[in-house]
Design a protein around this ligand. Structure first.
Ligand code: 13P
Length: 252
């Protein structure tokens, strides 16, 4: 049985003080609602300390949205995974399509980060997904296969329990267009099959696959009802507790 994993990626939103206020409100709301899913929020780097402080005493995971591919050195503007670990951050989102699209990240460069995060004992949410152009050209499976084979290259089977895959079709991110639950489930099923062939059926069966792309209170239930959809990576609708809480408590 895979435990549902609901995550909020704040992207470049919420200042440290806004983030702290949000996080303490979320903590309280989750307690009151008796939320029983795995919950993660990913603030910007500078908001992490305040948010960590605000969620103290709860099971809410605070993750980073990215990290450097080196432990330290002359890499101006970068944030080392060692710095994140020192704060108490154990989870990192890697390979988000906005990192690929605007900052030139590739399957190869993301693989380097994934290996470093795992080496340091961190958990990774690895984002994959196709653009509209790729989907329309019938390349969905080709793109996902490459993202998985290259992104997970040299990841040891025993480390796969620390990897979550987030399937985020680029055309559904921030556009209000959600993949239908059937389309999303098909892609998730393909991802699971690919991981089974790269690793084993057992590893694939245990793999948590989140869906991301315009997830909202109104569509989360139908998405989560699908066999291969184990969670959500939420952008816009994770920016307020009012919108995020009903997603977290979709099963209530
Ligand atoms: P939206 O929920 O705003 O479409 O963003 C999805 C996303 O990119 C989460 O990482």
């Amino acid at each position: 049985m895979r435990k549902a994993y609901i995550a909020g990626n704040w992207k470049m939103n919420l200042t440290p003080s806004e983030g702290a206020a949000y996080a303490s409100a979320l903590k309280k709301a989750c307690e009151q609602a008796g939320a029983d899913v795995k919950i993660m929020i990913a603030p910007s780097f500078v908001s992490i300390p305040a948010v960590l402080d605000a969620v103290k005493g709860s099971d809410i995971i605070v993750a980073a949205q990215n990290m450097a591919d080196h432990k330290s050195g002359a890499y101006t503007g970068e944030v080392s995974p060692l710095m994140l670990l020192d704060l108490g951050v154990k989870t990192v989102i890697l390979g988000h399509s906005e990192r690929r699209q605007y900052y030139g990240e590739t399957n190869e460069s993301i693989n380097k980060k994934i290996l470093l995060a795992l080496e340091l004992g961190m958990d990774v949410v690895y984002c994959v997904g196709e653009t509209l152009e790729e989907r329309e050209a019938g390349k969905l499976e080709e793109i996902l296969s490459a993202q998985l084979a290259v992104g997970l290259k040299d990841v040891a089977p025993q480390d796969m329990s620390r990897i979550t895959i987030a399937y985020e079709p680029v055309w559904a991110i921030g556009t209000g267009k959600t993949a239908t639950p059937e389309d999303a489930d098909d892609a998730h099923c393909f991802i699971r099959k690919t991981v089974a062939s790269l690793y084993s059926k057992d590893i694939a069966e245990k793999l948590i696959i989140q869906y991301g792309g315009s997830v909202k209170a109104g569509n989360v239930k139908a998405l989560m009802a699908k066999e291969n959809i184990d969670g959500a990576l939420v952008g816009g609708a994770s920016l307020s507790v009012e919108q995020f809480l009903p997603i977290i408590t979709y099963n209530k």
